[in-house]
Design a protein around this ligand. Structure first.
Ligand code: ADP
Length: 266
């Protein structure tokens, strides 16, 4: 085991699901990523994954992100949460299948938000699990909210908040593109990969960036960058890589050279 401080790994919904097909996991990507994580041998590690085609279409259908408006949404809240648990089960099973001590932790049981922002997080279960050697696996979830009743909490917000609260060393974000570009690379052929970025350049860049292409109720790449600002300001290094390309997550976890976007405080 290599212990260089806590690593937070995000597996994007765009990676572990087929984003344009409702409730469809990308089974081969999940299996390969579990293998890469196992062979990297890094510890301590927390994994947070996104919802992709499991979470977002249901959340959008029942307007969960907007909060409680009428009772018919309660079923939608349950369905969204259940879909996320189903996806989480696939991820955790794959990790356990590789011999990793992965442990599913439901964000909605630990976290309560206020107007969509994390207001309270019960981090003791995470800290104790980490200490025992578990790899906690969390996800973007339907959560309860003091003002809205409920809402959707992105995996990206959970990742950033936990990174700060638990003093993480590094954040690695796996998405379906090579990193952060000057524009959405799926729409703009002239978009250029930004391989290195400091916090002061991040601000000016934020106004240029687009959201995600498919339904994403939590904000796409722009949402990620917004969340990452505080951890980067706290000195946590961020690396965004393409997790659909074999070995990128392995290399990123090992601290090896990999194509992607590095964001540091500077
Ligand atoms: P995930 O679901 O994996 O967390 P998202 O789909 O929310 O990821 O966000 C990643 C997507 O954001 C990419 O697939 C890309 O199409 C889109 N995107 C928009 N603007 C940019 C940008 N400037 N650089 C990179 N990707 C971008």
């Amino acid at each position: 085991m290599r212990n260089n401080g806590l690593i937070m790994l995000k597996l994007g919904g765009s990676v572990i699901t087929v984003k344009d097909k409702a409730l469809t996991p990308n089974t081969s990507a999940i299996r390969r990523l579990a293998e890469e994580i196992a062979s990297s041998q890094v510890s301590p590690l927390i994994i947070v994954h996104g919802g992709g085609s499991f979470g977002h279409p249901l959340a959008a259908k029942y307007h969960i992100v907007e909060g409680f408006m009428d009772k018919s949404q309660l079923e939608g809240f349950s369905r969204t949460h259940n879909a996320m648990m189903a996806l989480n089960m696939l991820v955790v099973e794959a990790l356990v299948g590789e011999g990793l001590p992965a442990f599913s932790i439901a964000p909605s049981s630990l976290i309560i938000t206020r107007r969509g922002r994390i207001q309270y997080i019960h981090k003791d279960p995470l800290a104790v699990a980490l200490k025992l050697g578990f790899i906690p696996v969390l996800y973007g979830d339907a959560v309860l909210d003091y003002e809205l009743g409920f809402t959707i909490l992105s995996g990206d917000q959970i990742l950033s908040k936990l990174a700060i609260e638990l003093n993480a060393n590094r954040i690695i974000i796996g998405v379906d593109v090579d990193g952060l570009y000057t524009a959405d690379p799926k729409i703009s052929p002239e978009a250029q990969l930004i391989t290195y970025l400091t916090i002061d350049r991040l601000e000016s860049l934020m106004s240029m960036l687009g959201g995600s292409r498919s339904i994403d109720v939590t904000g796409g790449m722009l949402g990620k960058i917004r969340e990452l600002k505080v951890p980067v300001m706290n000195g946590i290094e961020v690396l965004i890589v393409n997790a659909l390309k074999p070995n990128n997550i392995y290399r990123a976890l090992r601290g090896e050279e990999v194509v992607g976007t590095r964001i540091i405080r500077g």
